[in-house]
Design a protein around this ligand. Structure first.
Ligand code: FES
Ligand SMILES: [Fe+2]
Length: 399
């Protein structure tokens, strides 16, 4: 399925109309949110015990492992995963955990004919089955050819791989992902190929990583010398695709498009499209490539996260002579040297201020309000944050 033409035209036209009318999408009111959601250990353990136990989680692109023997590893909250494409072209995922005593059998990503554990050299095939055990006579409870790595369920859809935690069945996962993946199906992600990856730890809550992508208010200020030069200042179209969302940040020339361009050009020629996939993934889609960010919680430490970034080339990007080191440096650099510097300062303040502290999500930050309301709902919070489209409480409306 192609990205529906009608949707692209609608989003280009709506961007132009709203920009001309100075009418950005707004929430009903601003929201004060407790800092506990960023700094409280109990809050984090409830998130990992609900959201990260029950929701499908983006793992990577199938195009990161396009050929038999290609593999990638991922650290997800509470589980270390290995995904590998078999000789039959099927992608399978396993716990990255040796059947012997629990060492990781693979690191990073690459190509393998088999996986040999670095500790005592137990060896597994691409299908995860234990192929050989040195001095096997000492292991009468283990059966090579039968035992192996522990398989974990994944879902491949629209060229994307999702991990299904133990509390999730495939039908539920599909229903949960449908609002966004049915749209992403039109983007040819199955044909994207990974060009660069990057992973690091940061001293912030995982949600602060997601937050940086959910409003354009900061772009003309914090990013004045980088991406702020090419984007229309402070403006983003936002639509919830619950529990996910889409933002469209137009580039400056969008106001000069002809009717023919509006009805025939790809949307991401004239805008950056940001897809937030619940709970912790952000896809920044451009014409030549996508930057895919995952912000993972660190168990027991609300003020730490790990951040993975994959730069994947679109079919157009693959046909051009692009300096991918430069693209990765731009993508990672803006987030690391600009956004995450702010986030680390926020986290430090919230940590020292304690649970009574609050942060504010403005009317011009509806996607932030929506994300945090989704978190609250998925956690079963008794008093979830107000949705951006919900009316103001009477006391505030009277002000
Ligand atoms: S832990 Fe893997 S072979 Fe011993
Ligand atoms: Fe930013």
């Amino acid at each position: 399925m192609r990205h529906p033409r009608a949707l692209q035209t609608r989003l280009i036209r709506e961007s132009i109309d709203r920009l001309k009318a100075q009418d950005p999408p707004l929430a009903a009111g601003s929201v004060e949110a407790s800092a506990r959601r960023y700094s409280d250990t109990d809050w984090l353990s409830r998130e990992t015990g609900t959201i990260f136990r029950n929701e499908p989680q983006y793992l990577g692109l199938a195009g990161e492992i396009p050929d038999a023997g290609d593999y990638m590893t991922r650290e997800l909250p509470g589980v270390s995963l290995l995904a590998v494409r078999g000789k039959d072209q099927q992608i399978r995922a396993f716990r990255n955990r040796c059947r012997h005593r629990g060492t990781r059998v693979a690191e990073g990503e690459g190509k393998a004919r088999r996986f040999t554990c670095p500790y005592h050299a137990w060896t597994y095939g691409l299908d995860g089955i234990l192929a050989s055990v040195p001095e096997a006579c000492h292991f009468d409870t283990v059966e090579p050819g039968v035992d192996g790595l522990c398989p974990v369920p994944i879902l491949e859809w629209a060229g994307m791989l999702f991990f299904l935690p133990p509390g999730t069945d495939e039908a539920t996962a599909r229903a949960r992902l449908h609002p966004i993946v049915s749209e992403l199906e039109g983007f040819d992600f199955h044909a994207y190929r990974s060009r660069r990856t990057f992973s690091t730890g940061k001293p912030t809550n995982w949600k602060l990583g997601v937050d940086t992508f959910l409003e354009a208010y900061h772009v003309p200020v914090l990013h004045a010398r980088t991406i702020g030069r090419t984007l229309v200042g402070g403006f983003a179209l936002y639509e919830p695709l619950q529990p996910h969302a889409r933002l469209v940040a137009p580039r400056r020339p969008i106001l000069d498009l002809t009717e023919e361009q509006i009805t025939s050009d790809p949307l991401h020629r004239h805008a950056i499209i940001v897809y937030r996939i619940f709970p912790n993934t952000v896809i920044v889609s451009m014409e030549t490539h996508a930057e895919i960010h995952r912000f993972n919680p660190v168990q027991g430490q609300p003020n730490r996260m790990t951040w993975d970034l994959t730069v994947a080339a679109s079919p157009l990007g693959q046909s051009l002579d692009i300096d991918w080191d430069r693209i990765l440096d731009l993508a990672a650099g803006v987030v690391e040297r600009e956004d995450l510097v702010m986030m680390a300062q926020i986290q430090a303040n919230l940590d020292s201020e304690g649970p009574e502290s609050t942060v504010t999500f403005g009317r011009n930050e509806p996607a932030l309000q929506d994300f945090h309301a989704e978190i609250d709902q998925a956690m079963g919070e008794p008093e979830p944050l107000r949705r951006p489209e919900e009316g103001l409480p009477a006391a505030l409306a009277a002000r």
